[in-house]
Design a protein around this ligand. Structure first.
Ligand code: FES
Ligand code: FE
Length: 414
């Protein structure tokens, strides 16, 4: 039986390897990558269970014993704040017979009592009590599975991997970017989840390129100048950097978008200017919340960060955005948008929630529509991926990275 199962796995691997080998450089991905269940399983193994993901900002669990449950594909992760203030991520799967130990979406609990046979876990995942078990039963061997956690500038990152990728480069760049915008003391002003009838990669690919911004996002294109000729963009960026410098702020950037071959997490941080006179990403380009972090004025710039394949961050001087991509099935995913403001800012007094969230709500609703148009289009047996445009260079980079990630054996570093 075992060798039949191995032969089947070999055939699946061969098929995926053939699809990767058949990829035409400089072009989009073929149809199978957007609906094939075996490729989806490979994505979960190589991207989701290998890389780091930002799951939340820590202000969603501000108090000791606060918790919230997050769902990614078939996994449920309980993120908790323990008695000493430390943050933990544990799987919501009882170590007895697998029931969900936490049945609420969020709340405050010192312990989780499994509803089935009442095994009781601390909110750090340790098993505290198990009724009527033999004397030699070892509670310490039966804690909930814990995931690796790093909290950087208030962002909670998790990794499912036994040996997580080196996060130090990412951490350094997050301090040099989000740190300058004061994200460690920010708080979540709003969260919105968009269910999308498309494979998760169609949603990410759409996010990383702005070739579509002109035709698809008239509102966003009023303030974000990504489609201008390169000499104009360069002049605008230079003026922005000068303004940032005059504010006494130095914001890091850097392209460390390597594959995980070397055992390191991928991160790319870059800056770009908004149109002249624009302060923030909003309907009219004006400020929508109090300045954050080290900013004493607006510099007319944006800092954008891509991390680990599913985490995307956008920093404006008065608010921040966390963009999470969450796979649900081969042909469905969710996008969660999280708006951050200064920790002391209050809705109604310091900002208007409608104004704060307007631009990215409008933009994301438009994105959902075009992603779903694409999901239906690429179902065609006759779909042949076309050439990637020069403006889609980030998408090209993402596709090359993705293909390398899924074509290496699990856990292999080279
Ligand atoms: Fe949780 Fe039995 S399944 S106590
Ligand atoms: Fe878009």
């Amino acid at each position: 039986m075992a060798h039949i199962a191995e032969a089947v796995i070999d055939r699946i691997s061969d098929r995926i390897d053939c699809l990767v080998a058949g990829h035409r450089p400089g072009h989009g991905l073929a149809r199978a990558f957007y609906h094939d269940p075996e490729i989806y399983r490979r994505d979960m193994e190589r991207v989701f269970r290998r890389h780091w993901h930002c799951i939340a900002h820590e202000s969603v669990i501000p108090n000791v014993n606060d918790f919230e449950v997050f769902r990614i594909d078939t996994e449920q992760v309980i993120v908790t704040r323990a008695a000493d203030g430390s943050i933990h991520a544990v799987l919501n799967v009882c170590r007895h017979r697998g029931a969900e130990v936490c049945t609420k979406q969020k709340g405050n609990a010192r312990v989780f009592v499994c509803p089935y046979h009442a095994w009781t876990y601390g909110n750090d995942g340790s098993l505290r009590a198990a009724r009527l078990m033999p004397k030699d039963f070892k509670r310490e061997d039966h804690g909930l599975k814990t995931l690796h956690v790093r909290v950087v500038e208030g962002l909670i990152f998790i990794s499912f991997a036994d040996q997580p990728l080196d996060f130090s480069e990412a951490e350094h760049l997050l301090h040099a970017t989000c740190g300058q915008y004061g994200w460690a003391s920010a708080r979540v002003a709003h969260r919105e989840t968009y269910p999308v009838a498309a494979n998760w990669k169609l949603a990410v690919e759409n996010y990383v390129e702005c070739y579509h911004c002109g035709p698809a996002h008239p509102e966003y294109s009023q303030t974000h100048a990504l489609e201008q000729p390169s000499h104009m963009i360069e002049a605008m960026n230079a003026a922005m950097e000068q303004r940032t410098g005059e504010l006494g702020i130095e914001i890091g950037s850097g392209n460390h978008w390597q594959t995980s071959r070397e055992g390191r997490e991928a991160i790319h941080a870059f800056r770009y200017a908004l149109y002249e006179g624009v302060q923030s990403g909003s309907e009219d380009g004006k400020a929508v919340a109090p300045l954050m972090g080290r900013f004493s004025d607006f510099d007319g710039g944006v800092t954008s960060i891509h991390l680990g394949g599913t985490t995307f961050l956008v920093c404006y001087p008065d608010h921040g955005m966390i963009y999470r991509f969450i796979p649900k099935s081969p042909e469905t995913c969710e996008m969660e948008l999280i708006w951050l403001v200064d920790g002391s800012a209050e809705a109604g007094r310091d900002y208007d929630l409608e104004k704060l969230t307007w631009l990215w709500k409008v933009t994301t609703a438009e994105d959902k529509t075009i992603i779903e148009h694409t999901a239906r289009g690429v179902q065609s047996h006759y779909f042949v991926p076309g050439p990637i445009a020069p403006m889609e260079h980030n998408e090209l980079r993402y596709i090359d990275w993705y293909l390398d990630e899924i074509s290496r054996p699990e856990g292999a570093s080279a």
